[in-house]
Design a protein around this ligand. Structure first.
Ligand SMILES: Nc1ncnc2c1ncn2[C@@H]1O[C@H](COP(=O)(O)OP(=O)(O)OP(=O)(O)O)[C@@H](O)[C@H]1O
Length: 393
């Protein structure tokens, strides 16, 4: 009777945990397949726990002495193929590694998340939404091969920001592109500059605002950044987002005319001011790069872009330009890495025109009509007539 009970228990356990049993068996085979997985003390990569998730499993592993996380990153394909996963992403703390093993990731549709104006929603992470605090990691560079979804990430960031934050100003600078045109008439959008000349004008205006804020945010008064200033003052400063849809259009290239080179040089000068002093003033740059090379963005500007987001990049040197390492080459469709202090991995939320409109509709104003109905400024003739009336009285 007892034996039967024990056997039933074991059978039930195996039935319930069959996937975990299979993983442990395959794990044994993999770790015996390469001498480097076992150290001189005969210790190998040891599974601590296996957790089931909606996309696959989280396998927590202890690395043996002499086998590093860097080595594991290089060997990841062996585990991916051996365990039959689509993708494995790792997170490590010393020699304990969490392997996020993805069998099938169901893309989630964007649902709004209320955030303050300094926080941006980036993607659907493996452990929850990926949110970046621009006060901590100011300015953002988004990379990815063509068609991987960079514009969708920009659309998502702006939709969530515009929906929840009235107290922001957005400058859209999109030469030869118009993917962000959907936000044109949102009240938070100050300009949508399309030509080099318009972009320069907008950047001049932002640079001026940067300098004005530098005066206001005065250390002597105890203000070190926009947060300090806004806490102490009734007239709050708005966070400003400068979105350059494709940075390479602003970078000086051999084919540019003399005039274009001059305008671009001025644009780059203003962008440098923004990325150098923008953080404390609450002025942030967000930009994307389709073909990242070392000369597609000036290194002093790139160095100040603290948040890096990368979708799939086939070419390792290009991945290094965005992330500082080759990790973007291993990404799958809509999979991304968000790097601030550490790396977070996730997938872009599904977003499309109707969904955007549904969430921003209350923020759309009729900008042209506002201009039409604005009270006309008194002309010189009116001024003279008023003066004559005054004299006659
Ligand atoms: N998050 C997403 N939601 C919905 N569709 C997406 C998403 N990401 C990518 N796509 C699909 O991929 C296509 C390309 O996306 P997108 O235009 O954002 O790429 P891109 O990287 O900006 O391309 P390019 O560099 O050529 O401008 C979209 O038209 C859409 O079909």
């Amino acid at each position: 009777m007892i034996t039967e009970l024990v056997l039933t228990g074991v059978a039930f356990y195996l039935y319930k945990n069959w996937d975990k049993v299979v993983i442990r068996n395959k794990w044994k085979q993999i770790t015996h397949s390469k001498a480097e997985f076992t150290n001189r003390l005969e210790k190998t990569l040891k599974i601590w726990s296996i957790e089931r998730t909606e996309y696959g499993h989280i396998i927590t592993v202890e690395l043996p002495y002499s086998y590093t996380v860097e080595k594991l990153k290089k060997d990841l394909d062996i585990f991916k193929e051996g365990l039959h996963y689509k993708s494995i992403q790792i997170e490590s703390e010393k020699n304990i590694v969490k392997m996020y093993c993805i069998k099938e990731f169901k893309f989630k549709e964007y649902t709004p998340i209320k955030l303050p104006p300094n926080k941006l929603l980036i993607a659907d992470g493996l452990t929850g939404p990926i949110i970046v605090d621009m006060n901590k990691f100011p300015h953002m560079l988004i990379g990815g091969d063509t068609g991987t979804g960079k514009s969708r990430i920009l659309l998502l960031i702006l939709t969530n920001l515009i929906m929840h934050c009235d107290d922001v100003e957005i400058y859209l600078l999109q030469i030869r592109k118009n993917d962000l045109g959907v936000f044109n008439n949102c009240k938070q959008v100050k300009v949508n500059s399309k030509t080099l000349e318009e972009v320069l004008e907008s950047l001049k205006e932002i640079d001026k605002e940067c300098r004005r804020r530098e005066q206001l945010i005065d250390n002597i008064k105890g203000f070190y950044n926009i947060e300090d200033y806004n806490k102490a003052n009734k007239n709050k400063l708005k966070y400003i987002y400068v979105v350059i849809e494709e940075f390479s259009f602003l970078n000086i290239s051999k084919g540019d005319t003399k005039e274009e080179k001059q305008i671009k040089a001025q644009c780059l000068k203003h962008i440098k001011t923004i990325v150098n002093v923008g953080r404390s003033s609450g002025i942030f740059l967000i930009t994307a790069l389709q073909k990242p090379t070392n000369d597609s963005i000036p290194s002093d500007i790139k160095a100040q872009l603290c948040t890096r987001v990368s979708l799939k990049i086939a070419d390792e040197p290009a991945s290094i330009v965005i992330l500082g390492n080759g990790d973007a080459t291993n990404l799958q469709e809509r999979e991304l890495i968000c790097r601030t202090l550490g790396e977070q991995k996730g997938y872009s939320y599904t977003i499309y025109h109707d969904l955007i409109m549904q969430h921003i509709k209350d923020k759309i104003i009729e900008k042209e009509k506002v201009k039409k109905y604005a009270p006309p400024k008194p002309s010189n003739v009116d001024d003279i007539l008023n003066l004559l009336n005054e004299i006659n009285r």
